[in-house]
Design a protein around this ligand. Sequence first.
Ligand code: AMP
Length: 220
Amino acid sequence: MRILLFGCPGAGKGTQATFIATRYHIPHISTGNMLREAITSGTPLGKQVKEIIDAGRLVSDDIMIQLIQQRLSLTDCADGFLLDGFPRTIPQAQALLNQHIYMDYLINIAVSEKEVIRRISGRRVDPESGRSYHVEFNPPKIPDHDDISGKRLIQREDDKEETVRHRLVVYYEQTKPLLDFYQAAATTLLAQHPMHYLEVNGYGGVEEVRDRIFAELPVE
Ligand code: AMP
């Protein structure tokens, strides 16, 4: 099963991705987490992208396409994968099609801009694993600490309100148009490889949203 998880920043993609990947035994591929890991490890890639991410801008298509190509070539992707945060631009989506990488499902988690700002400002993450929580809606068992490693949670630099507003502008300008791109491709490039489109209401508790998604997907 190949799933593309779509939605604006703060729609809950990371949390839902964990549920879906576990259910279908597929790797959860989050380009945001991959880049943050590169920053934490101090790799050349990490150094190159840190400022861009902190400012809420997009990393260049060339870098992202190369990164995802390498990741998808690993053996754990042979039976499927879940993409979270890629593609984010039309050239990135086009690159997948050029490589004949077709998705079975596009799941669009829909929430309003106002809700997103409320959610992101309360978001806390474990910088190592990328596990994410919300102080109000999905709190860790021990406040400010990761449930599994027990390490202290942080607020991402790009989760600060001003940066979130910028990330939303980037989303509306560069990422949302992908929905039209895929719709247009459905009758041409994707005609032989139909991709199911699911729009899921992203309001409510994380389990509620998870159940809405699961209700639309085939039983594993
Ligand atoms: P995310 O955790 O998915 O919200 O990603 C965090 C940040 O990583 C984004 O704001 C971008 O700066 C960068 N990023 C992640 N995925 C991509 C992508 N596919 N294309 C460009 N930049 C990306």
